[in-house]
Design a protein around this ligand. Sequence first.
Ligand SMILES: Cc1cc2nc3c(=O)[nH]c(=O)nc-3n(C[C@H](O)[C@H](O)[C@H](O)COP(=O)(O)O)c2cc1C
Length: 212
Amino acid sequence: MSLHSRTDYTKGALDESAVAEEPWALLEQWVKEAVDAGISDPTAFTLNTLDAEGFPHGRIVLLRDTRDEQLVFYTNYLSEKGQDVERLGKAGATFFWPHAERQIRVRGTVARVSEAESDIYFASRPRGSQLGAWSSQQSTEAVNRKQLESQFDAESARFEGRDVPRPPHWGGYAITPEVIEFWQGRASRMHDRIVCRRKEGESTWGTVRLQP
Ligand SMILES: Cc1cc2nc3c(=O)[nH]c(=O)nc-3n(C[C@H](O)[C@H](O)[C@H](O)COP(=O)(O)O)c2cc1C
């Protein structure tokens, strides 16, 4: 199968001045514009981690908060990604919004959010998702689909008639960006790439343009 479709990217432009010293405001604006565009999973990003052997792993997770200039997502702390994050304390995040011809790449340090913050988010989830968090040892081998359904039924019975508490192995991580790259597609592959790097020991950002 050869895949030769070609898109000339013409939907926008990105100037250094749009990023200025406030890349976080621009990141939030691009996320909001994706949400407002009504596309499916506008907050989905690829979370990139390294395993113990140095192999990179990417998988999609959903951005749940951008408070305090951090990217917050939720997962099983014992999953493969959880183990990678706990081992290195570093991760990457890549967003792609085809409708806007935009990409954002972030890399930074990662830490668990507070138990209280995870509790609040967990309590806001639908009951089925809450039970699902108890019913899956994420990233471990399953015997078959039936085993998973039995686990779900068992957890449903266990919590029948009462609130489902957050499992201790499930909660949020917050990525604190050190580098944020904004990519806006342009005509003739002459795309705009603006990279913001946090200045050592400061809260301000330096900005450079990269060749596409
Ligand atoms: C659209 C989409 C959203 C997802 N959101 C999450 C999420 O927020 N948290 C999560 O743990 N997994 C999420 N997943 C599943 C992950 O991609 C992945 O399969 C799972 O977390 C196991 O990853 P791991 O074995 O590398 O830890 C999502 C998958 C898709 C396709």
